[in-house]
Design a protein around this ligand. Structure first.
Ligand code: BGC
Length: 718
């Protein structure tokens, strides 16, 4: 790798310049005058920030987009600071920069890691052209609680799916070589356990047993790190009474010593200073010391290290060796990105992500939950009324964390559907606001519904209802929208609900009154076109739920990979079993579920043997048959259950998934091979443990259906 001799550079740095390499500043306040995504901490003017940059006190700036602005600021760092060390420009490029792709939870519903990598690669190219080097993505937080606002930013409840997506997105952002000016360095976040915020309330403590952490929450982070992510961001929560940002066990013991991570760690926004509010550090100086000694390399936004590391070093409370280690990690990242050779990398190459790709991405993730009487795709010539607060609007298409997207570029539902069906073919009525009635709204909606063959109701969450700090205790559709749906239902011939959301919602009543329900998430720039493609049958829905949809908020957290308990309940079980007395146990729609146009049935799962040798392979298969005369893309899912284990295993765990093309009125045979490692779990000593004995296995269309076949893993031959 080219670039300077970093040891030589380090030798020439003053303590302040070293600490400066660990100080990341936010552009929100200084450059844009606005602060939309994080609380305001400082009130430095741009001039003050630039003075810090000249002094060598800043390692990089985040969320400053725009080639010209980046060039100006970088020039000051390179030409006017003593050592000319280039700045690192980071940003929350979570699901697109200007061209906005579906939110990560939606992308996960696509169950297609290779496609997610393609999207990440296009996003990286677009963001590099605007001066970005480093994205604060992918999130790898497992999420099993739909109340958590950041469900939309997660890949849902499943360990395998979240792990595959994290790894794929890292590869897509970073490519083979970080010095390629069209690539971004990736960040695995939020380490660790952030998605387990108690009661689904953002920033809350995460109460996780060591084994739940190891078996379920850590693997997605690990997968992203193994895929080569250059950075890891710590999380806001504490684990076992220690804030993650100041946890030696997480940042050094696990990340460095066990996992061998070689990049740098960065705090979340002010999470280092927030160790004081947690009740862990008594003041900013102690916070700086404890985070630093725990293994945190870089502060985001707090300025904590700049303030306190020099004095802590002078007082012997931190060591120069430890300081040099952190600084070197950051310099190495800058060198890997090619910044020493070309601090203006990427700035000349404008590479907007293709809208065709955005449209394709947005078509792949909606999940069809119901389609009674094959109301979808729409019959040609049907009179359509598009009704609801999301029918014609451009402010709620992109979802949270699309901070650089321009809403005006996004295609809304009315536009997409009109483009597809023709001018005048769609009556569009708002009906109500997102969470308020609209004067005369219901009357207008009912009048339009009477005239229509099919009513399409565009309901759900507004952009402000999902995302960071947008936890909800009630995860239903707002009452004003329910009132609209009820009124329309009384007169409509057929009702299709398009459900915009960043999380699973409780939709029992809506699902009952609708003929069809299509979960459309937040799809981004090409929303209207993509949804129209699906409604008209130009494309078929193929998304599958990455999180269970509960019947009632009281079931949350609800997820398929749960433990059986000593008193397992089946539908209709008596009391004194593990069940509610007022709600059925299972979800309304399970993980992995999603319909398409066409009908695929699964034959029995068959194993090629009753025994699997310790070092061998077991082949399992199942026939898929289409009976409705349409070609279907079907996601075959392989689940396993360890019948008796030294540590109880979940009732099912997804071990593999694969897409099959099932031809109209034809069949295909699904084949999976299982190895011992697919049956193993964390032994809590740094290894993996598989135990001989009985296992159940399913090939199924979701986490709830199918009948298992049993086989025995034989012990090793002695
Ligand atoms: C979020 C991070 C984000 C950071 C910078 C924090 O509030 O938790 O995910 O990267 O802000 O905007």
């Amino acid at each position: 790798m080219d670039g300077p001799d970093l040891e030589f550079l380090l030798d020439r740095m003053t303590v302040e310049e070293k600490v400066g390499q660990l100080n990341l500043v936010s552009a929100d306040v200084a450059w844009t005058g606005a602060n939309t995504i994080n609380p305001t901490l400082h009130f430095e003017t741009p001039q003050e920030h630039l003075a810090d940059i000249r002094a060598g006190h800043v390692t990089g700036v985040f969320n400053l987009a725009g080639a010209e602005r980046v060039r100006t600021v970088q020039t000051i760092a390179v030409e006017e600071s003593r050592l000319g060390i280039p700045l690192l420009f980071g940003a929350d490029v979570i699901h697109g920069l200007r061209t906005v792709f579906p939110v990560p939870l939606a992308e996960a519903a696509g169950f297609d890691p290779a496609f997610a990598a393609e999207v990440a690669s296009a996003v990286a190219a677009e963001a590099s052209g605007e001066g970005m080097h480093w994205t604060f993505a992918p999130g790898a937080d497992l999420c099993r609680d739909a109340r958590w606002g950041r469900a939309m930013e997660s890949c849902g409840e499943d360990v395998l799916l979240a792990s595959c997506m994290a790894a794929a997105r890292v590869s897509g952002f970073q490519g083979e070589d970080l010095s390629d000016p069209q690539r971004l360095m990736a960040t695995i976040k939020h380490f660790a356990g952030y998605g387990a915020a108690e009661a689904g309330m953002d920033y809350n403590t995460a109460e996780l047993s060591a084994t739940t952490l190891a078996d379920h929450y850590l693997p997605p982070y690990r997968a992203g790190i193994d895929a080569g992510a250059g950075a890891v961001m710590t999380s806001f929560n504490d684990l076992d009474g220690v804030p993650a940002t100041a946890s030696p066990a997480l940042l050094t013991g696990l990340l460095r010593d066990r996992w061998g991570f070689r990049g740098f760690t960065v705090s979340d926004y002010n999470s280092d200073a927030e160790t004081i509010a947690h009740g862990f550090a008594s003041d900013r100086r102690e916070a700086a010391m404890r985070c630093f000694n725990a293994g945190l390399d870089m502060c985001m936004a707090s300025g904590l290290y700049l303030e306190h590391l020099p004095a802590l070093l002078a007082d012997g409370l931190i060591t120069m060796e430890r300081l040099d280690t952190s600084v070197m990690r950051v310099l190495q990242a800058k060198r890997a990105l090619g910044l020493f050779d070309n601090p203006y990398r990427g700035l000349d190459a404008v590479a907007p992500a293709s809208r065709a790709l955005a449209r394709e991405a947005a078509r792949r993730c909606p999940v069809l939950l119901k389609n009674a009487g094959d109301v979808l795709p729409l019959a040609p010539g049907a009179a359509v009324a598009l009704i609801g607060p999301f029918a014609r609007e451009q402010s709620h298409l992109n979802g949270a964390w699309a901070i650089f997207g321009d809403n005006n570029q996004s295609v809304d539902l009315a536009t997409g559907l009109t483009n597809a069906l023709g001018q005048g073919a769609v009556a569009v009525v708002q009906g109500c606001e997102i969470d308020r009635e609209l004067h005369g709204g219901i009357d207008a909606a009912v009048a339009a519904a009477r005239e229509a063959d099919v009513v399409i109701l565009a309901l759900g969450e507004g952009q402000h209802m999902s995302g960071e700090s947008r936890s909800r205790a009630d995860i239903g559709v707002p009452e004003a929208q329910l009132a609209l749906a009820r009124a329309v239902h009384t007169v409509a011939k057929r009702v299709v609900i398009l459900l915009r959301t960043g999380r699973p919602l409780v939709i029992g009543e809506l699902a009952d009154l609708a003929d069809a329900v299509l979960v459309t998430w937040f799809l981004g720039t090409e929303t209207g076109h993509a949804v129209a493609d699906l409604l008209t049958g130009k494309a078929a829905p193929r998304g599958r739920l990455p999180m269970s949809f509960p019947r009632h908020v009281g079931q949350v957290p609800i997820f398929y990979a749960r433990k059986a308990t000593g008193r397992p309940a089946a539908p209709g079980s008596p009391i004194f079993t593990a069940r509610y007395i007022d709600v059925e146990n299972g979800p309304l729609f399970p993980f992995g579920f999603g319909l398409s146009y066409g009908r695929v049935s699964y034959g029995p799962t068959e194993a090629d043997a009753k025994h699997m040798p310790w070092d061998g392979v077991l082949t399992v298969r199942c026939a898929l048959t289409e009976a409705d005369g349409r070609d279907v893309d079907e996601l075959a899912q392989l689940y396993v259950h360890d019948v008796a284990a030294r540590r109880i295993r979940p009732i099912r765990e997804l071990k593999a998934f694969r897409w099959y093309k099932v031809p109209a009125n034809g069949s295909v045979t699904v084949i999976f091979e299982i190895k011992r490692d697919d049956l193993a779990f964390d032994d809590m000593q740094g290894g993996r443990l598989a135990e001989p004995g009985a296992f159940d296995i399913w090939i199924a269309p979701d986490a709830q259906s199918g009948r298992p076949v049993r086989f025995i893993l034989d012990p090793p031959e002695s």
